[in-house]
Design a protein around this ligand. Structure first.
Ligand SMILES: Cc1cc2nc3c(=O)[nH]c(=O)nc-3n(C[C@H](O)[C@H](O)[C@H](O)COP(=O)(O)OP(=O)(O)OC[C@H]3O[C@@H](n4cnc5c(N)ncnc54)[C@H](O)[C@@H]3O)c2cc1C
Length: 378
């Protein structure tokens, strides 16, 4: 019997394992993929997430690009604001990290810590009993653990008794890609609100990662454009504040939804990361919130006596520790999507006023940066 069996070796599941294993617990990670995903997505991580990954021994220093400032503006309306690391007294507001670099750093850390990661081992069924959770793997093998941690990005939580999903379709898709510009980015990220949806450029290595949200038909049209036509459309939507766009590579589209569950715990089970909440990427909060789930759960695991692992008392403490931060992260992201993507809720001048107020009022700017960096106190 394992102390902890983690279903899903993505960034959140692997971080739980990396934080919990040094405490002498027996931890197994069961990952459906046969090999590293090579996912081309770029993640924006906060300063606090960097500290968490450093604690886990898995900060991918070589692949991380510091974000020194974030320029926020709206198309077709007044107002802009600039959040700067200097103003927060931090070396960086956050960092961008290619998903694949983070995956490689966590993988190396787990190997060094002697954690058993089983690739090609998809969980096909979960049986929950008072004394143990039983995970059935794709080959038919059963694994028992005091605690099952569901970190599968949201593919199976619906099958857990007592867990109900809620889904909100924003009616938007994200077009992502790697963009090159004719000048250095200087560590500046951009978030531009347009009537079709937000458009973000994140500095990563010597390029930008683009996240451009639009209605599904428009996103499909953008994804299918030739390179020159795509760059012209991007320049038109974004303007020239970052320079002239010269290349776009690795375009892909994702549907954007908010998916939440009624509670992150069930008998002998804790649910973390995207399996617990999958957010719109507008504020780059998804993985940051997931890493806070991982950290809170690992703190409880490290402090527990083995018989207490997976007990109702421990799971109640986990639920209480995450309730407020998760609810606020979800509400904050959902508010931003509504406020900036839907002109009927807040008119353009109202958004301009809010951005201008943020620009003129450093404490409000600090509060916004603080919330994005550290989340909400629990
Ligand atoms: C376009 C886009 C941009 C984003 N940008 C940002 C950003 O800038 N900042 C940020 O913080 N977040 C961002 N996110 C969100 C971020 O990608 C997720 O929050 C993060 O990947 C969640 O990590 P996870 O480990 O919970 O899940 P995942 O990354 O989904 O990993 C889940 C793992 O579980 C495995 N798995 C699935 N089913 C099973 C099974 N049955 N058995 C075993 N294993 C299984 C999968 O193979 C996978 O490896 C973005 C998301 C999108 C779509």
């Amino acid at each position: 019997m394992l102390d902890v069996a983690i279903v899903g070796g993505g960034p959140v599941g692997a971080t739980v394992a990396a934080l919990a294993a040094p405490a002498g617990l027996s931890v197994g990670v069961f990952e459906a993929r046969a090999a590293p995903s090579g996912d081309g997505r770029t993640l924006a991580l906060s300063h606090a997430s960097r500290e968490r990954l450093e604690e886990a021994g898995a900060w991918p220093a070589a692949g991380a690009t510091p974000i020194l400032s974030i320029h926020i503006s709206q198309r077709g309306g007044p107002g802009r604001t600039l959040l700067e690391a200097r103003e927060q007294g931090l070396p960086a507001l956050g960092y961008t990290v290619p998903y694949a670099s983070l995956e490689a750093a966590l993988d190396a850390r787990l190997r060094a810590a002697g954690v058993a990661v089983r690739y090609g081992a998809a969980c096909t069924a979960l049986t929950l009993e008072p004394e143990a959770a039983r995970i059935t793997l794709s080959g038919g093998e059963d694994v028992a653990a005091r605690l099952a941690v569901i970190a599968d990005g949201g593919t199976s939580a619906s099958r857990i008794p007592g867990i109900a999903f809620a889904e909100k379709d924003y009616g938007q898709h994200a077009v992502v890609g790697a963009v090159r510009v004719d000048r250095p980015h200087g560590g500046r990220a951009y978030e531009r609100f347009t009537p079709e949806g937000p458009l973000a450029l994140l500095p990563v290595e010597d390029r930008y990662a683009l996240v451009w949200t639009a209605a599904p038909a428009k996103a499909a049209e953008l994804a299918a454009l030739g390179e020159a036509a795509f760059l012209a459309a991007l320049q038109e939507a974004f303007g020239d504040r970052a320079g002239r766009f010269t290349r776009i590579a690795a375009r892909a589209t994702f549907p954007l939804k908010l998916r939440t569950i009624n509670t992150p715990v069930a008998l002998r089970t804790a649910i973390v990361g995207n399996a617990a909440q999958a957010l719109h990427p507008i504020a780059g909060q998804g993985l940051n919130l997931g890493l806070r789930d991982a950290s809170a759960l690992a703190d409880l695991l490290r402090a527990a006596d083995p018989p207490d692992i997976g007990s109702a008392r421990m799971l109640d403490a986990y639920r209480a520790a995450r309730r407020r931060d998760a609810a606020r992260g979800i509400a904050f992201t959902d508010f931003l999507v509504g406020a900036f993507a839907d002109g009927r809720r807040i008119p353009t001048w109202g958004r301009g006023l809010a951005l201008a107020a943020l620009d003129l009022f450093p404490p409000a700017r600090r509060l916004l940066a603080e919330r994005m960096i550290h989340g909400s106190p629990s």
